[in-house]
Design a protein around this ligand. Structure first.
Ligand code: TRP
Ligand code: SF4
Length: 375
């Protein structure tokens, strides 16, 4: 144990996923890669870790009931890092999951100091509208705001407060815990577990796709799920709530355009899905690549795609064909491909995507209204 804590509210990136996973008992996703190869992020190892994914894999394959739940913190522009999460949500919806998506407006306001009204506006105009333009539909979907939902959810959330001690919370989140953090952690546990309440469909496997920084919340929630069993065998049946411990998946974060963390608080680190295509093109042309100092050197030594933000965009979002991607990789490694051309190629794919997406955003309004109206 290094004693290192994961901070779900922090600004730091994650350097070594393997070490982190070892420390917290997260398992590799490798054994599911082939089984779900119709998901680009799974196939390419971007979804890298999991807890208890077995029951989700089985539910998907045997078409049994299961739920997918995840949340978004509305804190700024919707960028390509967020698109990765959206694509996963949409994939599960297509794979017949009861789909639960929450706007963490409470968290944004108590932890990030974003005014509630602004958080809601961002959640709708940035997140929800882009989700719909990317393919989210109202089918099997429950979308809610943490501050504006239904009584059984709040009743359950408040019950959770007596299932954990302050010391346990400090053990998970560190000593600089604030009341706002406690509230948002417990609310997040309610987000994840409430689909299993009788009112929302009852106990069933639930998968929560998140970035690895969210694992403290997952651990807390999984602990909660086992704490509603009565201590007296005779009372077991009368326990108010019953849960299957939620499963989780962990994806690798995208890097920022200049190599650091992609962060909604730094516009030069990301490309937004509403970005003007010309600006987006410029951002690609000046992104950090894995190229060498000179073209001669590059031809001799080859580039380093593993360390290239342009290549990352292609892998995560812009090239669906594995064969094409392998050719780009090999071309880069061998020095046959040079960065100027490669960036132009990427910018071309990107601007085509953005134009198409921005058109779809305009058509999304109706569905967005339906989704909001159904609450
Ligand atoms: N805390 C998450 C974030 O910062 C948002 C969130 C709220 C969430 N509730 C959730 C994520 C439930 C997963 C499951 O992005
Ligand atoms: Fe990146 Fe392309 Fe340059 Fe290789 S050739 S380092 S993939 S920009």
């Amino acid at each position: 144990m290094t004693g290192k804590r994961l901070d779900p509210w922090g600004k730091g990136g994650i350097e070594n996923y393997e070490n982190l996973f070892k420390e917290f008992g997260i398992e590799s996703f490798d054994k599911y890669r082939q089984r779900f190869s119709n998901n680009r992020y799974i196939r390419r190892g971007i979804v890298i870790g999991q807890r208890d994914y077995g029951r989700i894999a089985e539910a998907i394959e045997k078409k049994k009931p299961y739920a997918m739940m995840t949340g978004l913190m509305p804190s700024g522009k919707f960028h390509f890092g967020h698109k990765m999460v959206a694509d996963q949500i949409i994939w599960y919806q297509k794979m017949n999951a009861d789909t639960f998506v929450c706007a963490a407006d409470l968290e944004a306001t108590v932890v990030r100091d974003i005014p509630l009204q602004e958080a809601r506006k961002i959640a709708i105009e940035e997140y929800l509208t882009n989700y719909v333009a990317l393919g989210l539909t109202e089918k099997n979907l429950t979308f809610w705001f943490q501050t504006d939902y239904v009584v059984p959810y709040y009743r359950f959330r408040d019950q959770l407060s007596k299932k954990v001690t302050l010391n346990e919370l400090k053990g998970i989140y560190g000593d600089d815990l604030t009341t706002g953090k406690i509230f948002s952690a417990i609310t997040q546990a309610a987000d994840i577990l409430h689909p299993q309440l009788a009112e929302f469909g009852g106990p069933r496997p639930t998968v929560v796709p998140v970035g690895a920084d969210q694992d403290p919340h997952i651990r807390l929630t999984r602990d909660f799920s086992g704490r509603f069993v009565s201590r007296h065998a005779a009372d077991a049946a009368s326990s108010e709530y019953k849960f299957i411990p939620p499963s989780s998946t962990y994806h690798k974060f995208m890097s920022g355009l200049s190599g650091g963390k992609m962060s909604s608080s730094d516009p030069s680190s990301y490309i937004a899905l509403t970005e003007d295509p010309k600006t987006a093109e410029k951002k690609v042309m000046s992104a950090k690549t894995g190229g060498r100092a000179t073209v001669t050197e590059q031809k001799e030594l080859g580039g380093v795609p593993e360390d290239c933000m342009v290549y990352e965009m292609l892998v995560y979002h812009l090239v669906e064909s594995d064969k094409e991607l392998a050719e780009i990789y090999a071309g880069c490694k061998s020095g046959g491909r040079v960065c100027g051309e490669c960036k132009k190629y990427c910018a071309g794919l990107l601007t085509a995507f953005l134009k198409e997406h921005q058109k779809k955003r305009k058509d999304a309004a109706k569905t967005v209204e339906k989704i909001l109206g159904e609450r």
